[in-house]
Every structure is written in C-alpha cells, then in structure tokens.
Ligand binder design. Sequence first.
Ligand code: F6R
Length: 603
Amino acid sequence: MCGIVGFIGQRQAAPVLMEGLEKLSYRGYDSAGIAVLDERGKLLIRKEEGRIENLRSVLVKKPANGCAGIGHTRWATHGKPSRLNAHPHTDEKGRIAVVHNGIIENHEDIRRKLGVSCISQTDTEVIAHLLGALYDGDMQHTLLRAMKELKGSYALAVLCETEPEKLFCARQQSPLVMGFSADSGEGHIASDIPALIRHTRDVLILHDGEAGVVTREGMRVVNADGAACHHPLFHVGWDEASAEKGGFAHFMLKEIHEQPQALRDTFACRKGDWLPISKQEAQDMQMVTLAACGTAYHAALYGAYVLEKLARIRARAEIASEYRYRDVPVSENEWFVAVSQSGETADTLAALQKAKAMGMRTLAVCNVVGSGMARETQALCTHAGPEMAVASTKAYLTQVQMFLMMAITLGGMRGVISPAEAEERWRQMSLLPELATRTLQTHAQIERFVSRLQGCEHVFFIGRGLDYALAMEGALKLKEVSYVFSEAYAAGEMKHGPIALLEKGRLVAACITQEKLADKMISNLQEARARGAQVLAVCTEGLAERVRPHADECVVIPDADEYTAPMLAAIPLQLFAYSMAVARGCDVDKPRNLAKSVTVEEW
Ligand code: F6R
C-alpha cells in the first residue's frame, strides 16, 4: 500500500511530484523518493527515510531539475524503512528507474536467474534489474515481456534515459490511473486519483495485464499481447477530500472494502520458509502465548483456537496489559507471540520484552515493518496496508488470516494434519478474497436494518467456538464507533446471568458459522426472542434456512470452511458498527477518547 505518481510536461516535474506524493501520504509514509530526467537525459534520484517533508528538505539542498519524473511514497513490505530501500530503484547501469506498489512473489527466483546482486532488501529492485536485462529499445514492449515473468500484484511506473520523452507504467492487481491534459501538454500517472485530480478529472484506468505510456502528446495503452486498448475515460466527480478516501464517505468504510486485497496480499507471503520456525522447533513446541490489546487481542483469541485445533499446540490469548504484570510460570519450549497492528502499543511491547527476558522464544504479528515490535523480535507482517481509521478492520482480518496460516504450517510441520488436509485448508484460504468481495454486498441490507433500529442502546453479541472470538470483536467495533453499549458473551454463558438483561428494546447479534454448534445457537436465539429481544443473525448460506425463522434479520454470508467462515462473518459486523455510527452521527474515523496508536501506558 504505497503511492505512485508520474509527470511529464513543460514545467519542472519535482514540485508536481511532491504535491502528488503529499496527496497520497495517507497510503504510507515511511520513506519517499523521486526520479527526474534532467535536460541532458540523465536520471537524478532523490530519496529519504521518514515523512515526505524529509524528502522536501533533501530537494532544497540537492534540487532535481527536469520536466519528467516519477515518485513514490512507501509503506514498507520487503525490507525495513530506510533511504536505501526507498523507491525509485534502478537497474545495474542506472539508466532505468522504477517505482512499485504491491508484492513480487518470485523476486528471489528472478534475482537468482539474473545473477545480479541487489543493494536494497526490496522486491522492487529486482524489477529494475529485470527490465534492464530485457530492454530492447522499447520500454513498453519490454514491460510486457517482464510482466510475463513477474508473479504477484503490482503497479509500476518507469522512467528510462534512452526514451526521455515518455513515462511508462503497468498494472497487475494493484490500481493505476493515467491522465492527460491537451491544453497544457501534460501527462500524469498515479496509483490513486487524488494525486492527479488537480490536473485532470478525466482519467484512464489501466486494467490488469496492461502497459501504458504517457507523453506530452497523449497516452497509449496496450494489452498483454501488445494490442492497443481504447478504454473510455472515467470522469471524476468527487472533490479532493473524498477522493483521498477513494470515493468512500469514511476511511473506515474504505478499509472495510480493501479487505479482499489485504487478504490476497497477506496470503501471498506464504511461500518457501515463510514462517521463521524450524521443523525441530515446531515439533518441540509445547505452548504458545499470544498477547495483545483490543482488536488484536480478539485476533489472538482466534489464533489460540486454531493453533490448538490444527497444530495441536496448547495456546492461550492474553491481554497484554494484564500479562505484563502477572507472574506466569513459563514452560519449556513455550513461545510468545505479540500481536499488534501498529507494532507500537506500549503494553504489548512491554509484554514482549518481558517474555524475552523470561527466555521465551518470541515472534510478533504486526502490520508495520520497522515498528518497535518488529525491531524487538522477528516479525510476521500482515499486508493490510496503512490503516487510517481508528477502528481496526483490515488489520484485524489479516491478523486472523496470519494465525490460520501459522496453524496450518505448524500443523504440517508437526505431522498432525495430513498434506491433503493442509492443501484443502490453503485452497479454502485462497477463496477468501473473492468471498469477501461478495460479503461486502451485505452493506445495503445492514443499512436498512439499522434504519429500523430506533433507540437501540444495548446490544449483546453471542457466539460459540471461533464465533465467540468474532462476537467479541463485533461488540468492540460497535461500542467504539457508535457509542452503543455492547458486550459479547459465549452463547452458553447467557443462561448463567446475562439473560437477566434481555427484554424488549435489546438486540442480540448472533454469529453462526460453525455447523456443529448451530443447533445450540438456534436455542439461544429462541431464548432471546422469548424475552422480547430482537435478533440479528449473521450466518452462512448453508445454515440460513435453519436460522432465518428465529431471527428478525438474517444476514447471509457465503459458505466457507469452519476456519474462514468467521473471517467472512467479521465483515457484516464491521458494516453494522459502521452503519450504526453513521446513523447516530458519530465521528466514524476518529471516535471520541480514542487514539490510533496507544504508545504510552496510561494517557
Ligand atoms: C479497535 C482498535 C484497538 C487496537 C488496540 C491495539 O478497533 O483498533 O482496540 O486494536 O489499541 O492496537 P495495536 O493493534 O496497534 O497494538
């Protein structure tokens, strides 16, 4: 989730690129860089770690003059945030500069095949070397050939000394748009519309597998076979502020919609020895403690379930702010995993440090490369991209996914699941992006239901097994963004106390994705309705017929296996919280009293 800009025209490129990068800084901002072709046709590269202002200071000291250039704001995925890893990257001769969004899955294979040594830790540098090796005097054609070798998702912008009158770009599963203004003779490239909305409102949206070229005269796109494409221009009707949110009313909604891509990108990390645990360590593993706060703790609860079930390892989720002050006996071969979107949460970091001090083997699951936790221990990074809304959505879902990936891999290493079963689990996971896209369509139904929920101030979320962990996340999401009182209970616990609270005007939101527990959940729904409460059920297609008669509203998600169905069911719960917050006029992206990253213990 980085940002790309490109410009060619009659005026200086650097100020236009910098303005575009500022507009894209919401996509990531751990480093930034530009490449400009000077009047002699030489590439000038300027880059810097940190915020875009840092790059601006570099340009004051060392200007980059020229009328064509590309730029990038980075959110690290391969290699820590540093000047060296910042884009653009160049080929061996330094004549081709590349900026890239996405992930190249086979970058190691390409690097080996080319026999080049890279100076950065990025997958992007390999693209520059590949283009250098394949270059045949026509970069657009070279890009098409390179794309046949690249595996993964990417949007690329390329600048080339030998074709100084052109900007090149290509796309595969990562957005990229082009724009041209005949009045000014200026061409633009951007990963997101906000970066070029000042210059043109008519944009050409590149499709997967296509390569484009922009000049001072116009733009041209070809498909994978080299045939010209004539896409109609898309007219941008949004203003600049909503354009940053991709046309969505709030970042939270945008991030909910980014989940199919986040799942796809996180799944792509699973290759080779992706898990930094040896077979011997996996077999010796006795216990795993997962510690986290808030939403990440709910992902840890899911993690503990699947590690027990699929990898047959004793596992427990701990609230980090409790764990750090407890006196917990540590068993031999016990591992500790810190879970955190930001990688900076003070309590989770302290729990991690304590675990290290107690001699436990540690890992972190976080969404920010180079964060405090990633520096403290080896990190498994989710690829959710930057999360701007305070309420976590896509980071949560990819944390859950990371634990499922971990459990399948460990289960295989420990010989407790067969290769065939592991294969089936991976296959189910590969279906998630598509199923998540379908699940997003429940939004309209949820909005309609919310509009009928006048004066509902108490919501109980219930579930069993993995759905209990999900119910906890549903309750947290609702309370934090809509300020409606909500609590989660293991459904079997209702009769031990909470049922006393059920009466007319209360809502019970039930998560039902686990076939073997469905009958018990249906009994819970009957109990709730018998006491006058309304029932909102979220269930799988296969269970809908049985659940629907017992619910006031039944939101149906696609069928999926028992591990991935709760992930899909998280989406309607997020949309429910979002719709409730909107209906109640709340500040969705910045709920009261909350901060995105809690880096101090008490505040
Ligand atoms: C809720 C939310 C918080 C965070 C918690 C931990 O939507 O975002 O509960 O999950 O503050 O933050 P990280 O994951 O950054 O450690």
